[in-house]
Design a binder for this molecule. Structure first.
Ligand SMILES: Nc1ncnc2c1ncn2[C@@H]1O[C@H](COP(=O)(O)OP(=O)(O)O)[C@@H](O)[C@H]1O
Ligand SMILES: Cc1ncc(COP(=O)(O)O)c(N)n1
Length: 275
């Protein structure tokens, strides 16, 4: 029997289940990878926004990391919401100790609702200490603008950003996500050799809470299983696309994506769901 593959997410929570740790674990499960989680911050949030945040003490984040690594060493590691410099530095030590385990960095900075999830003072540490360790970095357009300190308005700008993140900052690869760039939902993948445009249909839906988490978690699960990098990113794009194609119609604001949408592919949209 093949050994079960596992993936660890180090991120914040969403009690309504659509984003953060919850989106990651649901995605790992759908991709048939055993999911584990270390909580950085407990976030009181829902589909309408963020109401409050409590950061875990650093010593307790370390206890959680120890609990995992003393027992089940993950086959891939993802980080999402990591707010402070101290948290980043702690996590970097665990990642550096295991260079063969692929690390997926989703540089979560601001929630869809506009609420800040990362301290501004952490930006430079993220760029200098976490980026160079990453097998894949998955910024959306506003995050990529911060990473490269310049405006992104076109696909060519996205390509330039991907190049700067990989060739300039030392990540193995980057996917600059295009969900915030006009009508197109083309993502740009670059691995230092190949520049690949990942295009897909844009679904007219406001059920986009947790989209970025879901996309990066799908890449993480695939890399845990040993899927080749470009294929992992392509599969993740299909997975998130289906999660948006079959909305669940719950939540008063930007509703969650449908993590089992991929299983419904080819079927008509569910009755009653708004698109
Ligand atoms: N309305 C949409 N229809 C189809 N795909 C989308 C839509 N919005 C975003 N995506 C895709 O979802 C993923 C997450 O993109 P994006 O929204 O840019 O990130 P984030 O959720 O981090 O802000 C990308 O693959 C993007 O192309
Ligand atoms: C704990 C946590 N992490 C990340 C996000 C970003 O969500 P999105 O994928 O919608 O940008 C969030 N809202 N909450």
């Amino acid at each position: 029997m093949n050994q079960i593959k596992s993936a660890l997410t180090i991120a914040g929570t969403d009690p309504t289940g659509g984003a953060g740790i919850h989106a990651d674990l649901k995605t790992f499960q759908e991709r048939e990878v055993f999911g584990m989680s270390v909580i950085t911050s407990a976030v009181a949030q829902n589909t309408m926004g963020v109401q409050a945040v409590e950061h875990m003490p650093i010593a307790f984040i370390e206890e959680q990391l120890k609990s995992v690594f003393d027992d089940i060493v993950p086959d891939a590691i993802k980080t999402g919401m990591v707010s402070s410099v101290d948290m980043m530095q702690l996590i970097a030590t665990y990642i550096k100790d295991r260079p063969s385990v692929p690390y997926i960095l989703d540089p979560v900075m601001v929630a869809t609702s506009g609420d800040a999830l990362m301290e501004e003072a952490s930006r430079e540490v993220l760029k200098d200490e976490l980026l160079p360790l990453a097998k894949v970095v998955t910024p959306n357009v506003p995050e990529a603008e911060i990473l490269i300190n310049s405006k992104i308005e076109t696909i060519d700008d996205m390509k330039r950003a991907a190049r700067l993140i990989v060739d300039g900052k030392g990540a193995t690869s980057a996917v600059v996500k295009g969900g915030h760039l006009g009508e197109d939902v083309t993502d740009v993948f670059y691995d230092g050799h190949e520049m690949v445009l990942l295009s897909g249909e844009r679904y007219e839906t406001n059920h986009t809470h947790g989209t970025g988490c879901t996309f990066a978690a799908a890449i993480t699960a695939e890399l845990a299983k040993g899927t080749e990098l470009k294929q992992a990113v392509e599969l993740a794009k299909e997975f998130v696309s289906a999660a948006l194609q079959y909305p669940l119609g719950i939540g008063k604001g930007n509703g969650p994506t449908n993590h089992w949408g991929y299983r419904l592919k080819g079927l008509p949209n569910q009755k009653g769901s708004d698109m």
